[in-house]
Every structure is written in C-alpha cells, then in structure tokens.
Design a protein around this ligand. Structure first.
Ligand code: SF4
Length: 306
C-alpha cells in the first residue's frame, strides 16, 4: 500500500509547542506533489503540507511512514512543516500546466491532517489553497478538523472540490478512546453543516461532501440511529473495516494501544466482520427509509472525487 509520501529528508527542530505537547520541525521539501499510487491511484498526486500529525490516532497507518523509528514510536507528538511548500507548489503546478491540457487530480492529505492544530498558526494549508485556486485542480480534502471552515472564502473558489470529513464512530466515548486528541464528533458534524450551508454547488462549482467512516470503529447501539440521521447531509458515506486482512495492518507505535482497545471493545471485535455488515445494512436501510440519494461506498472506491 502506498499513500504517496516517501521522502527522507533531514528536518530541524524549530520549537516545542507546549499546549499540544508537540515537537515542531521544519524542512525544505523537495516536492509537494507526490505521485499517487496504490490506494490513491485515482489521483495524479497526493499533497501533504506536513509530515506527522498531532492528532496521533491510535490506529493511524501513517505512523508507519515516519522518517525513523523514534518518530514512529512517538507518533502524534511531532510535526514537520514543509517550510518552502508554497514556492515548490507554484513551480510544480506551473510545470504541470505547461505539459498537460487537463487539471491535475490532487488528494490532500494522505498521511497527515492538513488542518491539525499547528495549521492554526502556520496557515500553510491555507496558503497552498490560495496557490491551487489559480490552477483549479480537481481537489479532494481529507480532514477531521473543524478548522477547515476558516478557509471557506478560498474553498468556494474551486470548481471541482470534494471535502471528506473523517468520522469513524458515532460514539463519543469510543472516539475518546481511539483518538483522544481529535475534535469531538459533534463539532465535526457541525462542520459539515457549516460547509454545506456556505458551499452550495451550482453550475460552475461541483462541490461534493463525504463522511469517511474509515476505519469503522465500534458505535454503541444507543448512538447509532442519531448518528445515521446526521449523515444524511452528505452525498457519500465511505466505509472500511478497521483491520483488513493484512497481518501487519497495525505496524505503528500505537500497535499496543490499538490492540488493547480492541480488547476493551471485544463485544465488537470478537465478531468484527458481522458487526461491520450489520452496521452497513442498518445504514443502508436508513438511507432507503429517508429516500436519500446518499451513496455508500467501501474502501478505495470511496476515496475518488467522482
Ligand atoms: S488525523 Fe489522520 S493522519 Fe492524523 S493521526 Fe489521525 S488518522 Fe493519522
């Protein structure tokens, strides 16, 4: 599996962020646009403004792409800022435009969250969006952060945009266990509504919204119907199992933590496949009951723009 981030460059520590307990590094990146392959092969490029992610979700596959074993062990507590990102992206998009008569398809981001806490002060993602607006790529933004609403003024200038909000569970208790540093489910659902309200599609703007329930984490039965009812706002829901058949799907530093959590939620994980299917069937039934046009896609097919 390749998520499009394999640069090994030396970075230097620029400061320690006390509130979020993160070491912040900076690096001069060789490129911003990385050729998309494997899981991301529907795109020309993946774009990761940062390496590392302050959310540090316990199951995050991206930890495996850390520059060294120490950072892999310390996933969630460090970030590398691609400090020359804006100028590099300008060059790369200009080069693309000279060679091709179609816009590039870009997925932002595959191994980081472009709106993790450090973005509030760095505004690197925002600056990259400002560059991209000029070139009008087909753009998909993947995030779990309400901070994305800050950039509505730029987002509304894109012609082809999909926003994927990650919400792997409908139960706040489960969210706190598996991804304690991430925004609440409530705030993410509110974010979708704000984005939809402010970014209506029209003839010029093909704006699409998805909720990615990937990986599907346990959702308590008592929370399920309310969660489903809040998903009707999007045109796509993407589902994916927590543990694919790959034996090494939990190869990051969070391995012990994630496995311990599996034991805590044995009522779900002892019958994981069955619970996944039941969740999917209930969601499908609700969508039919609401006469909604929301589509359910699974795995890789759900991550394309179309
Ligand atoms: S937000 Fe995404 S990239 Fe960041 S730790 Fe969580 S799963 Fe990984």
């Amino acid at each position: 599996m390749n998520y499009g981030e394999n640069q090994q460059q030396k970075s230097s520590l620029v400061f320690k962020e006390r509130r979020a307990k993160a070491d912040i590094y900076a690096v001069e990146a060789r490129s911003l646009l990385n050729k998309a392959t494997g899981f991301m092969s529907a795109y020309d490029f993946t774009l990761n403004p940062y390496r590392g992610c302050q959310y540090g979700c316990s199951y995050c596959y991206a930890a495996a792409f850390s520059p060294d074993s120490e950072k892999r062990q310390n996933w969630g507590n460090w970030v590398v800022i691609k400090s020359n990102g804006v100028s590099i992206l300008k060059q790369e998009l200009a080069r693309w435009q000279k060679k091709h008569n179609r816009p590039p398809h870009i997925y932002m981001s595959s191994v980081t969250d472009p709106y993790q806490p450090i973005e509030k002060q760095q505004q690197l993602t925002r600056e990259l969006l400002a560059v991209m607006v000029t070139y009008q790529p087909v753009l998909v933004i993947q995030t779990r952060s309400p901070m994305i609403v800050r950039d509505i003024d730029l987002l509304q200038q894109f012609e082809y945009l999909r926003i994927n909000l990650s919400i792997p569970t409908g139960s706040e208790m489960v969210r706190k266990d598996f991804e304690p540093k991430s925004p609440s489910i409530k705030s993410r659902l509110q974010t979708i509504n704000k984005l939809r309200y402010n970014l209506a599609a029209n003839d010029q703007h093909k704006i699409r919204f998805a909720v990615t329930i990937t990986p599907l984490l346990p959702t308590l039965l008592k929370d399920r119907n309310k969660f489903f009812s809040q998903l009707i706002a999007v045109d796509r829901i993407v589902l994916q199992e927590f543990h694919p058949t790959r034996k090494n799907s939990l190869i990051a530093s969070t391995r012990t933590q994630a496995i311990a959590l599996k034991q805590k939620y044995a009522w779900w994980y002892d019958n994981e496949k069955q619970n996944y299917q039941q969740f999917k069937q209930s969601l499908q039934d609700q969508i039919i009951a609401w006469s909604s046009n929301t589509e359910i896609l699974e795995g890789k097919t759900g991550f394309g723009y179309d």
